[in-house]
Design a protein around this ligand. Sequence first.
Ligand code: 5AD
Ligand code: SF4
Length: 452
Amino acid sequence: MVNSPDFIYKDQQYKTVFFETFGCQMNKLDAELSLGLLQEEGYRIVDNVNEADVILFNTCSVRQHAEDKVYSHLGSLKTLKKRHPDVIVGVLGCMAQKDGEAIFKRMPHVDLVCGTRMFSRLPELILKIRSHGSHVLAIDEDHIVNVKRAVTYRPNIHQAFVTVMRGCDNFCSYCIVPYVRGREVSRTITDIKEEVQALIANGCKEITLLGQNINSYGKGLQGAITLGDLLSELNDLGGLDRIKFVTSHPADMSRDIIRTISRLEKVCEHLHMPAQSGSDQILKRMRRGYTSTYYRELIQFAKELIPHLTVASDFIVGFPGETEKDFQETVKLMEDMRFQNCFIFKYSPRTGTKAAELEDDVPDEIKRARNIRLLELQKCISLEENKKIIGKNVQVLVEGASKSDPNRLSGRTKQNHIVVFNSPRNLVGRLVNVMIYEVTDLTLYGELKNSP
Ligand code: 5AD
Ligand code: SF4
């Protein structure tokens, strides 16, 4: 049915797609992969819903707020769908996986609900809706994501995200990820290398390896493969300048991996390793599998081996039962660790998780006050740390025009600082030296010294 010439002809009329992504980097990459597939099918990407034949949202369910935003966007499409019933509205990703059929009940004008492991079949699912004229639900949990990437489709020619593992087996008590993204599945080194080589051939200089729990990369693969092995192999590839990876889990980050990172010149000197809390009592209830002392010692070990290492963290405030004393322990951890930057979240109960069985007993105004307190503290620390760089030369991989001033260039150091500087010519994709003369908590400003 789907292949009838009559139908293919009809489908040629419906070839524009509007795509909006919420949530993490993995979602952004999945969006890229989906758009790559749709482009291969002849779709043109538009940035206005009114010009789209297909409207897709790649969603996040890590906090309630992220879901509310999507439902509100979907709600606002009701009139458009009434006027143009042929337009297909689809919900992809974590919220699709989690809410499934319930999305059709709440938003009957939605045509497609496509879970976290089914996006590689998007073109076919869209055709199915067109041919049958009915809702399509695709949330199969056993399906393994395997997308042959269109390397030419990515927002920036010099940088690319590469998924190396999907899912998470940790089941931290507050987290919905293991339920919506499923168990950990690692890609083979051969498969990843092939993709990275194709990216390099297409002009890519920096790759960021993605995994919900990247330190356990290799689990389930043949042989005792680790993240260290993968990084070593990628470090040997000619043409690549930098390798980054996220997100690290303190309990799965072995000292061996840290030793390996310290030896590999292309691997960035930066870890995003969320602590979530500084209180042992809360960490235990979060099922994080480490204590605050363990976390401190791990970072101390890493900083001894990698002297310029910077660390970023995530914290959740207002987890059930978090007292002022628990919170002060988080404040102390933040003061002591001198993070480069931190993401702070108010606890949001997620139905189905272990923590959702506990009473969400920290009032919202206290959550908000703790959130602001940590943000302000981190802002001071980031500024103090950045001030230490004034007068120094840093090596920058140039990413593009600065967002705040398109006449200047912007890039990042190996330690993940954002650097903005003037340049007489376009140096995008190049490694350059910049002397820093001014800083804020978020940005270093400098003067171009020389470009190798
Ligand atoms: N409530 C608030 N924040 C959460 N995170 C994960 N689950 C929740 C939740 N239920 C935060 C963690 C994680 C980041 C991606 O989101 O800090 O590291
Ligand atoms: Fe969620 Fe914990 Fe897995 Fe991270 S490690 S995705 S916080 S369950």
